[in-house]
Design a protein around this ligand. Structure first.
Ligand code: GRF
Length: 225
C-alpha cells in the first residue's frame, strides 16, 4: 500500500508573484489539496522571491542571462524543476518562451494564466490592446501549455467588464484580482484528477471541454445549490 501522496506544485515566475502567493494561500487554506514545493524565477530581482521568503517556500533563481542559449537555459530549468518531482508545473507570469523540448517534457502537467480572454490578445500588453480596441470586456484565461504560444486548450476564463475612463493599470488590477480566484480553482481541479489534457484537448471529469468554462457560471451554479 502506498502512502497518501500530497500533490507537489512548482511555480515559475519572472515578476511580482501575486498569483504565486494566491496559489500558496489557497494550498494553506485547504482549497487546493496540494503543496507548493518551490518557486523558480528567471530574474534575480523578481518581487516574487521576497514573497517566497515571507511565505517560507524554497526559491531558486535560474538566470537566463547566464546561459548561452534558450536550449541550455531550458535544460537547466528542467533539471531544477525535476529535482522537486512536481505533479504540476505552474507558469505564473513567467516571461520566457519555452523550447519545444521543455513543453514536450511537461505536456499535460504544465499550465499558464494569461491576462486576456483567449484566443483574443495572445502575447504582451493585453490590457492596453483591449482598451485601444474599445472592447466591452477583458479578462483572464487558464490554459494547458502546448507548442502553440498562448494557444493551448483553455480550461477556465473570467471576464472583467471594461469601465469608463479605465487605464491599462486600473484594468490590470481588476484582472489580477480575478486571476487570484481563477488559478486556484483550475489547479484544484487538476490536483484532484478532474482536469486533464488528453489528445490535445482539456477534459473535466472525463468529458472533453467544448470551450472554456466561465468562472461567472461556476459561481452562479454554486449559489443555486
Ligand atoms: C498575470 O497577469 C498573468 O496573467 C500574466 O502575468 C501576470 C503575472 O502577475 N501571465 P503576478 O506576477 O502573478 O503578479
Amino acid at each position: 500500500m502506498t502512502a497518501f501522496h500530497t500533490p507537489r506544485l512548482v511555480v515559475l515566475v519572472s515578476g511580482k508573484g501575486s498569483n504565486f502567493e494566491a496559489v500558496v494561500q489557497a494550498t494553506r487554506s485547504g482549497q487546493i489539496p496540494a503543496q507548493v514545493v518551490a518557486l523558480i524565477s528567471n530574474r534575480p530581482q523578481a518581487g516574487a522571491l521576497e514573497r517566497a521568503t515571507r511565505l517560507g517556500i524554497p526559491a531558486k533563481v535560474i538566470n537566463h542571462q547566464t546561459y548561452p542559449d534558450r536550449t541550455a537555459f531550458d535544460q537547466a530549468l528542467m533539471t531544477t524543476i525535476d529535482a522537486y518531482e512536481p505533479d504540476l508545473v505552474i507558469l505564473a507570469g513567467f516571461m520566457r518562451i519555452l523550447t519545444p523540448g521543455f513543453v514536450e517534457h511537461y505536456l499535460g502537467r504544465l499550465i499558464n494564466i494569461h491576462p486576456s480572454l483567449l484566443p483574443q490578445y495572445p502575447g504582451l500588453h493585453t490590457h492596453a490592446r483591449a482598451l485601444a480596441d474599445q472592447v466591452r470586456q477583458h479578462g483572464a484565461s487558464v490554459h494547458f501549455v502546448t507548442q502553440d504560444l498562448d494557444g493551448g486548450p483553455v480550461v477556465l476564463q473570467a471576464a472583467v467588464p471594461i469601465q469608463e475612463g479605465d487605464t491599462a493599470e486600473r484594468l490590470a488590477e481588476r484582472v489580477h484580482a480575478i486571476e487570484h480566484r481563477l488559478y486556484p480553482l483550475a489547479i484544484t481541479w487538476f490536483v484532484m484528477g478532474r482536469l486533464r489534457l488528453e489528445h490535445n484537448r482539456a477534459t473535466l471529469d472525463g468529458s472533453p471541454l467544448e470551450g472554456p468554462l466561465r468562472l461567472e457560471s461556476m459561481t452562479a451554479e454554486a449559489s443555486r445549490r
